[in-house]
Design a protein around this ligand. Structure first.
Ligand SMILES: C[S@@+](CC[C@H](N)C(=O)[O-])C[C@H]1O[C@@H](n2cnc3c(N)ncnc32)[C@H](O)[C@@H]1O
Length: 375
């Protein structure tokens, strides 16, 4: 007789096995994962380079290109068929507000972009990874191929996706992060070498991505504790960086040798502590503080004068947190816009109070209130 316990057990939704590498075909494994269960996918699929073997440098040494079996997916139609299959699974397992990154070269990235759009993903950015140390074009018949392209897309147009704008700005010396990233190829001690090494470079894997690239991707588009899935895990760069940054990973690769190397690599990673992995909050995500609260809490007194930074405009603060200047009365935003004859103006960045004769931004006082209230 089938017991209630058995029925409950059998109908339980499949659980996510976190921080694990699954060996086998990514479509088969993703098909077993629950729908809408992962926050981010990073996919570095076969590029289908179809390079002729035996490319040599001017000194006659053999170029260590990508000519592995896993990269050979046939003509464009079969490449598209295979990619549509794994992208469909990616969309099924992504949470509604989740995003996907795909990386590729001119050989495949345009096909991936079209497939993403056809399947209902919404492209947010394409990012150029400019390699500071690209391989030269040995035949001299084309430009040196010095970049790869990443496409960042949300599951759907309406997704309220994660973008840690302020963190990326902090990473870039307080300048907005742009969509062209200068990052070297993975070389030196970061590059895995081993028994499986082939070709002249002694590389364990021909297309190991630099950790710096994944660092930027994960910092931009995930929060600590998020689940990141990589269906083409290779040497496990995504897992290594996810662990460092306090994110969970699920890796899939059909090659047991690569999976074992990735496992050994990730085991050596020591994750950062809670303080070091927390990110700079975005202003627009911060708790809302009305200007009146600064008046109520005595940081600014009723009757005090606010000025703009060059001190061309002034307004008086009223007890209810509204301002008055000439014929204009209203919120910090309305009065700032009115006196400048503009349709709108952010009063938080416009107005300052004078403290010891020096202008102090009311936005800084707002941050002080947030800290005092632990918001
Ligand atoms: C471009 S490499 C990924 C490299 C990886 N990003 C890294 O940093 O090491 C693609 C990987 O996908 C794996 N692969 C190819 N087809 C696959 C499939 N259908 N399912 C799972 N893995 C696959 C290959 O074994 C290879 O390691």
């Amino acid at each position: 007789m089938v017991s209630l316990m058995n029925i409950l057990e059998e109908t339980k939704p499949p659980q996510l096995l976190l921080d694990q590498i699954l060996v086998g075909d990514c479509v088969d494994h993703m098909a077993k994962l629950p729908a809408k269960s992962v926050d981010l996918i990073f996919a570095d699929p076969p590029y289908n380079l179809q390079l002729p073997g035996g490319l040599r440098r001017p000194d006659n040494s053999l170029v260590d290109g990508v000519d592995d079996e896993w990269d050979k997916l046939g003509d464009f139609a079969s490449y598209d068929r295979v990619c549509a299959e794994w992208l469909r699974q990616c969309r099924r397992i992504l949470k509604d507000d989740g995003t996907i990154w795909v990386i590729g070269s001119y050989h495949n990235i345009f096909r991936l972009g079209a497939l993403l759009q056809d399947l209902g993903f919404w492209i947010l950015n394409d990012v150029i990874w400019r390699k500071s140390n690209p391989m030269p074009n040995f035949r001299g018949r084309r430009f040196t191929n010095a970049h790869e392209t990443l496409i960042w897309a949300s599951r759907q147009r309406e997704s309220r996706y994660t973008f840690n704008y302020a963190s990326l700005k902090a990473l870039n010396d307080d300048l907005q992060m742009r969509s062209d990233w200068l990052i070297p190829l993975c070389t030196g001690p970061e590059r895995l070498r081993g028994d499986r090494a082939n070709g002249d470079g002694g590389k364990l894997h021909p297309t190991q991505k630099p950790e710096a690239l994944l660092h930027r991707v994960l910092l931009a588009s995930t929060k600590p504790g998020d689940v990141v899935l990589d269906p083409f895990f290779g040497t496990g760069t995504t897992g290594a960086v996810a662990k460092k940054l306090g994110r969970h990973f699920i890796g899939i690769d059909r090659d047991p040798g690569y999976a074992a190397a990735a496992q050994a690599r990730i085991e050596q990673i020591v994750p950062g502590d809670a303080d070091s992995i927390s990110v700079t909050p975005n202003k627009r995500d911060a708790a809302r503080i009305p200007f009146g609260l600064l008046v109520e809490r005595g940081l600014i007194s009723a009757g005090e004068t606010l000025v703009d930074l060059p001190r061309r405009h002034a307004a008086k603060v009223r007890v209810d947190g509204s301002l008055i200047a000439d014929q204009f009365r209203g919120s910090i935003h309305q009065v700032a816009a009115g006196i400048q004859h503009l349709p709108a103006c952010n009063g938080w960045s416009f107005w300052h109070v004078l403290r010891n004769g020096k202008p102090v931004s009311i936005d800084a006082l707002r941050d002080q209130v947030r800290q005092e209230l632990e918001l």
